[in-house]
Design a protein around this ligand. Structure first.
Ligand SMILES: [Zn+2]
Length: 331
């Protein structure tokens, strides 16, 4: 009997099947640069070699998938399809799905509440059909100014009792891929407001090669998140791992994503990082990040770590127990 899996780190922008996006694009009369379906698949998926960095990866999201998902009916169908696919394909019975509603409203041409309600409808429909436990996380964007991110926090608080359980900080700025210690304080009040309102918090940081663990430490100290997206650079810094352990912050690891964006050099480095966290008692979970964009799913992520002797099956079970324990969705 295959085990029930949990995905705590999955972006709607990278998780909808190409044929669904193709169908949505046509339904909406969206102008695509290609006329052939297979050229479209090529356009919106990443492969090692095609995507060489986090920047390349995010460009696919910003240019195509997020725009195609920008209408109430498009986001409703997207959310619905992602949950069903994860359950059918990998027996994912608990999923925290994240997206930025403000990257789905065509620069304020569409009403944000309509987008959010549509996403909640998609979530409700899938929950009813598959019995999966689902929650949404709203992603703040590093490239947004404080005022825009502040609106996102308010919306997350407004929908807190409807299934929006947390906020995240994601995205990129040109030449500022990493959340550097000096840029962290500008988010402090936003995260404090979210926490005080009862939301849980996670932050993307420590996922870029060539950066140190200072960004991870600054995030933990100033933003006080419950979890961290990636955080793999912390494996090279004892002080950062000590801090993660003391503050009981859990890492959301996404193995294939890190291999594709070359955040890690290869399986050997990935093994070193994961085993270092295990040895230092830093808690972590295994996640997909963007299953279709990265051509993976939860089942394949688990296979990847087990088959390459990165984790034993017993260790994988422990990561699933942590995922359940540290999920933002109330028990
Ligand atoms: Zn992510």
């Amino acid at each position: 009997m295959p085990r029930d899996l949990i995905d705590l780190h999955i972006h709607v922008g990278g998780a909808v099947a190409p044929h669904i996006l193709w169908s949505i694009a046509h339904q909406q009369g969206f102008k695509l640069p290609v006329k052939n379906y297979f050229d479209f698949v090529e356009l919106i998926t990443s492969r090692p070699g095609k995507v060489g960095s986090l920047e390349d990866y995010l460009k696919i999201l910003h240019t195509w998938t997020e725009k195609i998902q920008s209408s109430p009916s498009a986001i409703e169908r997207s959310v619905y399809e992602v949950i069903g696919k994860e359950y059918r394909g990998s027996r994912v019975t608990q999923i925290e799905l994240r997206f930025n509603p403000m990257k789905r409203n065509l620069n304020s041409e569409l009403d944000l509440d309509h987008i959010i309600h549509a996403a909640l409808r998609g979530m409700d429909r899938a929950t009813l059909e598959y019995g999966v436990k689902v929650g949404l996380i709203f992603c703040l964007a590093r490239e947004f100014d404080h005022a825009l991110n502040s609106i996102l926090v308010e919306k997350a608080i407004k929908y807190r009792t409807r299934g929006v359980y947390g906020i995240d900080l994601a995205g990129t700025e040109k030449n500022a891929l990493e959340l550097r210690p000096e840029v962290v304080p500008q988010y402090e009040d936003l995260f404090e407001r979210a926490r005080r309102a009862g939301l849980k918090c996670t932050v993307h940081t420590g996922e870029t090669k060539g950066t140190g663990a200072e960004g991870v430490m600054a995030v933990v100290e100033r933003l006080k998140p419950h979890r961290i997206g990636h955080g793999i650079r912390a494996a090279y810094d004892e002080a950062a791992m000590k801090l993660l352990r003391e503050r009981d912050v859990v890492l959301e690891l996404c193995p294939t994503s890190n291999l594709h964006t070359q955040a890690v050099e290869g399986l050997d480095e990935l093994r070193h990082i994961v085993q270092t966290f295990w040895d230092r008692r830093v808690k972590f979970t295994i996640n997909t990040d963007g299953p279709y964009l990265l051509e993976t799913d939860m089942r394949r992520e688990i296979e990847l770590v087990e088959k390459n002797a990165i984790l034993t099956p017993e260790q994988v079970d422990q990561t699933l127990a942590w995922a359940r324990q540290y999920s933002f969705i109330p028990a």
